[in-house]
Each structure stands twice: as C-alpha cells, then as structure tokens.
Design a protein around this ligand. Structure first.
Ligand SMILES: NC(=O)c1ccc[n+]([C@@H]2O[C@H](COP(=O)([O-])OP(=O)(O)OC[C@H]3O[C@@H](n4cnc5c(N)ncnc54)[C@H](OP(=O)(O)O)[C@@H]3O)[C@@H](O)[C@H]2O)c1
Length: 260
C-alpha cells in the first residue's frame, strides 16, 4: 500500500491520477502532517509513503517521520533541486535540506526526489492575466521549470520500483526566465503578454502590507532574490519514465483555461 501526502496539491493530484490504487492523506479526513498522532489511521497497512512537507521550517518533521517509521518501511520525499546551492541560500532550500537530513536519519528506507521550480507556479499569475496582459512580480533567476505531471510520473517509478538510498533531480527540458515563461504563456493563450519585474524591496513591502506572515514573505522573496541562475537540465524524466520531460509550452496549453 502506498500513501500519498499532499494529494490535493500540484504534484499529488497528478500522482493520484497515475496511481488510483494508492491511499491519500487529506486534512479533510482529519490527518495533519504537523500532528503525528492524527496520521495513525491513514498509515495502517501502508508500506511506502510519498512525503511532501508543506511547512516553512523542519520543526516537527522528526516526530512525523518517527510516526511514519512505526508503520511504513519506505519513504519517497519530494525535495527541491535548489538544495544543491547549499542550505543557507534561502529559507526554502534550508527547509528541504533539513528535511532531507531528517529523512536520512529516520531509519526508513529512503529515496529523495529533488524537483526544479514547478511550471504550475505560473498559476499565481492567473489573477493578473484575467485583468490584463502584464504580469508584475519579483523576478527570479532562470531555471528549467518542470511540469508537475512529470514529477508525478517519476515519483510513480520511484514508489513502485524502489531505489533505496538514491537522490534524483528532475528538471524541465529548457532553462527559462520569468519573462520567457510569460511570453510562452502568451503564445499558448493567443495574447501578447509581458513581464514587468517589481524591485524586491517593493515586493517585500507589498506582501507584508497584504498581511502575510514575515516568515512566508522571506521564503517567497528570499528564494527569488538569492537563488542563482541554474543551467541544470537533467535527463532523469527520460531515464525513469521512458519519455522526455514536457516543455513549458505543453504545460501552458494544458492549463490555458486557468488564465481566462
Ligand atoms: N513550487 C515549486 O516550485 C517547488 C519546487 C520544488 C519543491 N517544491 C515542494 O513541493 C512540495 C509540494 O508542492 P505542491 O505544489 O504539490 O503542493 P501544493 O499544491 O502547495 O499543496 C499543498 C498540499 O499539502 C497539503 N497540506 C497542507 N498543509 C497540510 C497539513 N498540515 N497536513 C497535511 N497536508 C497538508 C495540502 O492539502 P489541503 O488540501 O488540505 O490544503 C495540499 O495537498 C512542497 O513541499 C514544495 O516545497 C515546490
């Protein structure tokens, strides 16, 4: 039995579609990853857990992994390819770096799946693009954004064909800036779209004024501000699924309805 956490999220939705026989962990049924005792019913008879950690720090991860280890034998953890830049890069790389260490120390048989920036982060532009043709926001370094469906397809392979003690980095097929992504999205939507970068100080002040907690603001802006450009393009999707990673254009075509 496989248990999928984050089953309603970008990756989890795709994963449960590919693995309909897997059990899902949902907050709706009272299970909370931050409260290990609530996980007991979902963990009954589970052998392998697909784990996401939807928080801003690793606080509590050790206890949650301990609870998982009481029931399951294996874990596949969804991490970030930015971990390779070092834990001090920004709060999100710190989080995933700490989680990888906790997974290694958990006593579970582990596999780490490090993903590049999700193509689905572009859904955050939907509100602006329903109102006009300009996307404003903090710029971030170019990187090979990946379709969550490809992350899910690789996860299926790692969940069903165990590769214990290994770390896999998945990226999309091409390195894209935010301006590139906005332009490609425009082509998919049949519109001329442009990206206007907002200075980090302005974006930070705006998010804070909107009432977001300081830790969330720092996580959002910190990663945009401090992550270096990444030219990393891996062949992991091809190797583990037998077909190449999908382009951002394919993701945009599939998700066009969300922007109009
Ligand atoms: N976005 C990126 O570019 C990127 C890149 C690399 C790695 N990642 C990592 O990928 C992971 C998954 O991202 P995603 O985009 O697939 O997820 P997502 O769309 O952000 O959804 C979060 C999921 O976590 C669940 N969740 C939230 N709080 C929970 C709690 N307290 N207990 C149990 N479940 C809870 C949510 O369930 P509900 O339906 O109950 O809300 C939802 O299913 C994250 O850890 C993220 O850091 C993201």
């Amino acid at each position: 039995m496989i248990l999928v956490t984050g089953a309603t999220g970008n990756v989890g939705r795709e994963l449960t579609a590919l693995l309909p026989e897997a059990r899902t962990l949902t907050r709706g049924s009272g299970a909370d990853l931050a409260e290990p005792e609530t996980l007991t019913p979902a963990l009954q008879t589970v052998d392998t857990v697909f784990l996401i950690w939807p928080f801003l720090t690793a606080d509590g991860a050790e206890a949650t992994l301990g609870k998982i280890a009481q029931h399951a034998r294996r874990v596949v953890y969804l991490s970030s390819s930015a971990v390779r830049f070092g834990p001090d890069t920004d709060p999100i790389t710190r989080l995933h770096s700490d989680l990888e260490a906790a997974v290694h120390a958990s006593g579970l048989e582990w596999t780490i799946l490090r993903a590049d920036t999700f193509a689905s982060n572009a859904l955050g532009w939907a509100g602006q693009l329903r109102a006009g043709d300009i996307v404003r926001g903090p710029d971030s370094a170019a990187t090979a954004v990946i379709d969550p469906a490809d992350i899910a397809a690789v996860a299926v392979r790692l969940l069903t064909d165990p590769q214990p003690g290994t770390t896999h980095t998945v990226t999309g097929p091409e390195v894209l800036s935010r301006a590139d992504q906005v332009a490609i999205l425009g082509t998919a939507l049949g519109r001329h779209l442009t990206f206007e970068p907002t200075p980090f100080a302005e974006a930070r002040a705006q998010l804070t004024a909107d009432g977001r907690p300081p830790a969330l603001v720092e996580a959002l802006i910190g990663s945009a501000e401090r992550r270096p450009r990444s030219d990393l393009v891996t062949t992991t999707v091809q190797e583990l699924t037998g077909r190449p990673a999908r382009t951002f254009r394919v993701w945009a075509d599939r998700n066009a309805a969300a922007f109009s």
